[in-house]
Design a protein around this ligand. Structure first.
Ligand code: UDP
Length: 149
């Protein structure tokens, strides 16, 4: 089982899409194991997006993610990182397939509703950046045998 970080970004929260995002992940079979709403400090935003520092869109990205509350969660499942990325869709919504979150609800790369970790190292870094261990609920679901062989 993998764990990955998902953020409903300020535009997703403002547009009332938080439930839609969570619902799509849950209906796929992914399990939410941690969840909170919060305002993002510039310090946290800069740590989270450190890899993009110096890029032309960096300052706008930091302004965007700190502009209004986000809903952040840890999602668990078999190959969860890939499954979530596929459910979210391509970074630029105009390239995101219909049926993905970005392909169904977004228009612009700078307002793409959701963040999802892009690999095992970033998932480990991001889950520990946004959550402490005691905020994560390890639990079993009796539906798991109907989701996984
Ligand atoms: N971004 C942007 N302009 C760009 C590239 C990225 O505003 O030209 C933003 C966008 O919100 C994206 C985030 O920066 O989601 C992080 O970029 P990344 O390439 O890591 O995409 P993601 O992993 O979010 O799909």
């Amino acid at each position: 089982m993998e764990r990955t970080l998902v953020i409903v970004k300020p535009d997703g929260v403002q547009r009332g899409l938080t439930g839609e995002v969570i619902s799509r992940l849950e209906r796929r079979g992914l399990k939410v194991v941690a969840l909170k709403m919060m305002n993002v400090s510039r310090e946290l935003a800069e740590q989270h997006y450190a890899v993009h520092k110096g890029k032309p869109f960096y300052d706008g990205l930091i302004d965007y993610i700190t502009s209004s509350p986000v809903v952040v969660m840890i999602v668990e499942g078999k190959n969860a990182i890939k499954a979530v990325r596929n459910t979210v869709g391509a970074t630029n919504p105009v390239d995101a397939a219909p049926g993905t979150i970005r392909g169904d609800f977004a228009m612009d790369i700078g307002r793409n509703i959701v963040h999802a970790s892009d690999g095992p190292e970033t998932a480990a870094f991001e889950t520990s950046l946004w959550f402490s261990e005691d905020e994560i609920c390890a639990y079993t679901r009796n539906t798991d045998t109907w989701i996984y062989e």
